[in-house]
Design a protein around this ligand. Structure first.
Ligand SMILES: Nc1ncnc2c1ncn2[C@@H]1O[C@H](COP(=O)(O)OP(=O)(O)OP(=O)(O)O)[C@@H](O)[C@H]1O
Length: 328
């Protein structure tokens, strides 16, 4: 279990930079919790504070009831992959893990287990300097699991991995959670988190903007739309005019097809009945998770892409690709 209360991190310089601004959250055991946010949102800073690598400017964070530094055997409580490149490149994977195990009183048998678990067997005696990105990530995860910790923290674990590697990390995270461990993974990709996490904590510009299950995040968008297909274009036009009003958005897709938000499907059916408009289809559409995420973080991204920068409508445009990919 990870508990953060009133956590603040300010970096020096002028002006001072709030990397994390008064955040509180709990990461519970038995679940995969995704820590999701755009680049520069404060994910790595938060994870570094959890691991005692950065001191909070204010607030407190504990792992399994205590600050990291107060655990007698921290590697057995919490294992983390924060920077996969932070290893001696001249050492072999085996030597890297053995050095860690030796300083933490971990038996050699456990080194064999994590090498087996992470598929590093064939390269265990090779120099880490020659490792591919994927092998480096696997070694970082092996190191995180070395102490058989109750809590596992992985910062962007699928970054740079091939599809097989991504699937492997996903399955590993899920199986660790199924064993009752606390699993906390960061990512800036909703598509990845949607397939791995049970619960999401969304951060933007150092503030928590959502802390909920995936379903709750979808439900909370309030952007439910309804696809309405009428018997002919005149009916669609008439219905569009009747439904129009404050808070209602109506998009004409084709002659006979409307997408309506801000009106319940039943009220649409009622209006069609009153106007004697034949309705051939009335389908509730749910916002995609990607769309929900873009909506949540629209104002929280540090930098929009160059092509959009400077345009007054930039934040709205950022959501356009997801809107185009809406699923029914
Ligand atoms: N050592 C530092 N000194 C000054 N500013 C920093 C430092 N580390 C991080 N920051 C700033 O704090 C903010 C949060 O950074 P952080 O790395 O925690 O974000 P992140 O969500 O992990 O982003 P990314 O996905 O890009 O890694 C950013 O604006 C970053 O530039």
């Amino acid at each position: 279990m990870i508990e953060a209360r009133g956590l603040v991190k300010v970096y020096g310089g002028k002006p001072q930079k709030y990397a994390v601004q008064d955040i509180s959250f709990t990461v519970r055991p038995g679940k995969v919790t995704g820590f999701l946010g755009p680049n520069g949102a404060g994910k790595s800073t938060t994870m570094r504070m959890i691991m005692g690598l950065d001191d909070p400017t204010a607030g407190r964070v504990t792992v399994n009831g205590r600050p990291y530094a107060q655990h007698k055997a921290p590697l057995r409580e919490v294992g983390a992959l924060l920077d996969a490149k932070a290893v001696h490149t001249s050492r072999s994977a085996w030597h890297h893990l053995r050095a860690m195990a030796a300083t933490h009183g971990i038996p050699q048998q456990r080194i064999h287990e994590v090498i087996e678990l992470t598929g590093l067997g064939p390269v265990a005696t090779k120099r880490v300097g020659g490792f591919s990105l994927g092998m480096g990530q696997r070694l970082g995860i092996a190191a995180a699991l070395l102490g058989d910790p109750q809590t596992v923290i992985l910062d962007e674990p699928v970054n740079g991995l091939d599809p097989e590697g991504v699937l492997w990390v996903r399955n590993l995270a899920r199986s660790l959670a199924a064993e009752g461990r606390t699993v906390f993974l960061s990512s800036h990709l909703m598509s990845e988190m949607a397939q791995t996490a049970d619960h999401l904590i969304v951060i933007g510009r150092g503030r928590i903007i959502a802390d909920a299950s995936i379903q709750e995040i979808l439900d909370g968008q309030g952007r439910a739309r309804t696809r309405v297909r009428t018997g002919g274009p005149e009916g669609a036009q008439l219905l569009g005019r009747v439904l129009a009003g404050p808070g209602v958005s109506i998009e004409a897709r084709e002659g006979c097809l409307l997408e309506v938000s801000g009106v319940e499907p039943r009220a649409i059916a009622q209006a069609a009945l009153e106007q004697q408009v034949l309705v051939c289809e009335l389908t509730p559409l749910q916002a995609s998770l990607e769309e929900a995420y873009l909506d949540l973080t629209r104002d929280e991204v540090e930098y929009h892409s160059g092509a959009l920068a400077g345009r007054p409508d930039a934040p709205d445009d950022v959501a356009a690709p997801a809107a185009a990919g809406r699923q029914s």
